[in-house]
Structures are given as C-alpha cells and as structure tokens.
Design a protein around this ligand. Structure first.
Ligand SMILES: C[S@@+](CC[C@H](N)C(=O)[O-])C[C@H]1O[C@@H](n2cnc3c(N)ncnc32)[C@H](O)[C@@H]1O
Length: 456
C-alpha cells in the first residue's frame, strides 16, 4: 500500500507529464528500488564474473557491463574493494550506456559534475580501453574527496581530477574536450523512491533555481568543447524546466544538433511527444528516474574531433633525481620504475605521464599517480601505488579462489604465506588489486589503509 506523500504541485506536474501512466508511476513507489553494479571489463570479463557469481548478478539488457545486483553488503565484498565492481543505480548507468560514439586515443573527455564517480567510472573503463584521457571534475570539496577515493579504489590511471566551478573549467580548458558529460545538479525528482527525505526539499522555486544553474554550467562548459565535439546532458529529474527546456535553450543559442541514442536504450526510454531527449521512468525502466540527451557541435564536421592536434604538457614539479629513483628501485625491485616519469614534491613522489593539454595551475586534486614518500632515505609506497602498479610487482598473490583470506586482508589482518619472497607485493582478486603488503619470513605485513578496512 502506497504511503508516499508527494507535494500537490509535484503531483500535478507529473500528471501533466505522464497522463494515463501517472497511476503506474505512483504504484512504482511500492516496488523496492533495485540495485546495480558495473564491472571493470578491462580487468575481469563478464563471463568470469557470471561463472563464479551468477546467482548474484544479472546482466542489464542495455549494457555491456552493467548488472542488477542481488549481493548483500556489496560494499564490504572483495570485488568492491578490488575495484572490479562499482555500485550504481540501474537508471544512473543508462546515460553512458547510451553513447553511440566510439572513443579513440585522440579523445579528451570531461565529466563536469563527477562525484561520487559512477559515470566517471563507466567512462574510465571505456576510455582506458581506447587510450583516451578523462578529466573528472567535482565542485564540492568533500564530494571531491569521495570521488578521488572511488577512482583510486577502481585503479584508473589515465585521469586528472579537478575541483573547479564551470567558469574555471572554461578558463582552464578552452576548446580542449571532444566529449563533455554534464550530469547536472538537479531537483532530484527521480530519486524520491530511493531517498524519500529529498521530497521535503522539492519546490517549484527550487526547480527554477536548478534550471538557472544548469544553464550557467552549460554556458561555461561549452567554451571547453572542441568544434565537432559531443555534449551528453543528464539529470535525475523529470521537470521540463531542467530537461527539455534546457535542450531547447542549447539548440536555440549554440551550434548544436541532436544525436539519436543507441537503439538498445530506446526500449526503456520515453520521449515526451516530439520533445528532445529520453526519460527513464521507474514504472517503465530499471532503477530510478533519469533524463538524458546527446548533442553534437556543428561548428565543424564530426571527423574534426579526431583531427585535433595537441601538444603534451608536463607538470612544473622538479623531476625525481637519480638518487631518488635508485631508492625507489631498491624498495620495489622492479625495472618498470625506469619507464615512469617521476616527479618530486617535498618528499612525495608522483608518476605523471604527459598530459594532452595545458595543466591548470590550481584546483587540481589528483595529478598522475601518487607513488609514496621518501622517509629517511627509504621509499614508503602509497596505497595508490599498489592500486595502479601492484600488478607489475613480481610478488602478486591472487586470492580469487580464497575469498576468506581476502576478507581477512580487508579487515587488516596479517596473513602468512610460507614461500612469499621478501619485500613488497600485492593481493589481487578477480583481476583487480586489493592492496599491498610487505613480506618477511612468510609474514605479510598488511598495508591496507586503516580507513578503508572492513570493521565487522
Ligand atoms: C547528479 S550529481 C553527479 C553524480 C555523478 N555524475 C555520478 O554519476 O556519480 C551532481 C553533482 O554536481 C555538483 N554540483 C553542484 N553544484 C554545481 C555547480 N554549480 N557546478 C558544477 N557542479 C555542481 C554536485 O556537488 C554533485 O556532485
């Protein structure tokens, strides 16, 4: 029996949008919200996951790597900690699944409103495969920290994370991006079933305020779009002011045209008459409410996106000297260290590949890979080092067939492997890295950060 209390203005607006479907929409509040995950297919195949966890996950029909999840407490499972899976609402998965565009190594992509990181993670998987580059931006400082931590957990390397508003993005990256996702802050009408407390924050004036803010973000961010680039706009709300009206505003004021979404997504989406974009309603699709629309800049022909010529920019930090590299190599005992571009900032060491654009001077929250710290002429590797480079170590212990052991590691316990060689190593699980250890005499000192451990 539905007990949800919706504001009368909201009900009237939804009746106008949904008409005969309104009752079905209201009835959907009685259904439990479903949960989903996406899989990092660069490290674990769909077949492998389903072979061993077939009872827990069902592949979503509109996705290559998204699943409905039946797994309890997934946030403490090793698949989560190893960055094999990212939990995400099934509706929130759709915008990235809808992209009909094949990325190449010439692409530089911006996720403008990225935290907590679900869509950035989906993009990073596709972009890593293509050798393309991702900038994930989040304006809110504490949400930016969550974004960073999620991206570290997933182990993506080819990524810059920034903490900018849209004006700073426009000034820092003029005409740089071939593809921009704006998953805009919105009035969140699509989330009422999952987060009923958000209903109290809803008002017509808030919808209007959100609409203004969305236009402002888009006006700025479009200055960072390359001629011939793509803009994917999405929200988790239903209001016309924040969706169709925004698209009309863009079409009226910029050289943009609509791009049809991939067929596989159309079966679950609803357009309002001849209006642009696709809605996902909880009574017709999986998960919570979403809206999305893909646009293409007509300033140049689409081929020009890949003909963009760029120079590579390295950071202004000093390069790590020979003595520092020697210390790191002694600790890690691996030649791949020689192939890295190592920089030093105080005692902190970063591995930074050249960036295909001018690096901004400030508001960067992740640049390259934080390798670790030099303490008293010794190198102490960071968790990020293990996450990104752990698979290159000679001592990688695969715990895929020993989930109990992986769980012990995630609780911070010391593990014992009689034949483990002395020195640093990493535990892997279904292709992802859980974290590091240091072995001596078969005892593996646990390097999993205290703040990330499972406590129960
Ligand atoms: C819908 S959430 C993004 C969800 C994210 N894309 C994901 O898939 O995990 C919108 C984000 O926009 C951010 N935001 C709020 N105001 C903003 C503004 N004025 N400019 C840019 N981003 C803003 C919020 O902090 C929030 O993290």
């Amino acid at each position: 029996m539905n007990t949800i209390k919706l504001p009368i203005d909201f009900e009237n607006r939804m009746k106008a949008i949904l008409q005969d479907d309104y009752e079905a929409y209201i009835a959907s509040f009685n259904d439990p919200a479903s949960k989903a995950v996406h899989l990092n297919t660069n490290i674990c195949s769909v077949d492998r996951l389903l072979k061993d966890f077939g009872d827990d996950f069902e592949l979503l029909p509109y996705s290559d790597n998204g699943f409905i999840s039946h797994m309890e407490k997934i946030g403490s499972h090793p698949l989560h900690h190893a960055g094999v899976l990212y939990s995400q609402d099934p509706g929130a998965l759709m915008p990235v699944c809808s992209i009909p565009y094949e990325f190449t190594d010439k692409d530089i992509v911006l996720d403008m409103c990225a935290a907590p990181g679900g869509k950035s993670s989906q993009l990073a998987i596709i972009l890593e495969k293509a050798g393309a580059h991702l900038v994930s931006n989040e304006i809110n400082k504490s949400r930016n920290t969550i974004l960073r931590s999620n991206m570290e957990r997933m182990g993506y390397h080819n990524q810059l994370i920034t903490n900018m508003d849209s004006e700073e993005i426009a000034a820092s990256f003029p005409g740089v991006f071939s593809f921009i996702l704006v998953d805009a802050p919105c009035s969140g009408e699509g989330m009422f079933r999952k987060y009923p407390e958000s209903i109290d924050e809803w008002s017509v004036s808030n919808v209007e305020m959100c609409s203004q803010r969305q236009k402002e973000i888009l006006d700025n961010v479009l200055k960072a779009l390359r001629p011939g680039g793509y803009l994917l706009y999405s929200t988790c709300t239903y209001s016309r002011e924040e969706n169709e009206d925004i698209i009309h505003y863009l079409l009226d004021n910029y050289d943009l045209e609509l791009v049809p979404l991939r067929d596989r997504i159309m079966n679950y989406s609803t357009a309002l008459g001849n209006e642009p974009g696709a809605h996902f309603f909880p009574h017709l699709a999986y998960g919570e409410g979403q809206y999305m629309c893909l646009l293409h800049s007509t300033n140049a022909r689409s081929e020009d996106v890949s003909n963009y010529s760029y120079r590579e920019y390295t950071p202004s930090l000093p390069k790590a000297g020979k003595n520092i590299v020697k210390i790191i190599k002694e600790a890690i005992n691996q030649d791949f260290i020689d192939t890295l571009n190592l920089y030093i900032d105080k005692d902190n060491i970063y591995s930074i590949d050249p960036y295909p654009y001018m690096l901004p001077r400030k508001s960067i929250s992740r640049l390259g890979v934080y390798m670790g710290t030099i303490v008293k002429n010794r190198f102490e590797p960071s968790h990020m080092f293990f996450k990104i480079y752990g698979s290159k170590l000679s001592n990688v212990i695969d715990l895929s067939s020993n989930t109990d052991m992986a769980i012990k590691y995630l609780k911070g316990e010391e593990l014992y492997f009689e034949n483990a060689p002395k020195g640093y190593g990493a535990f892997s699980y279904y292709g992802g890295i859980l974290g590091g250890f240091k072995s001596a005499g078969g005892r593996l000192k646990n390097h999993y950060p205290k703040g990330l451990r499972n406590n129960n």
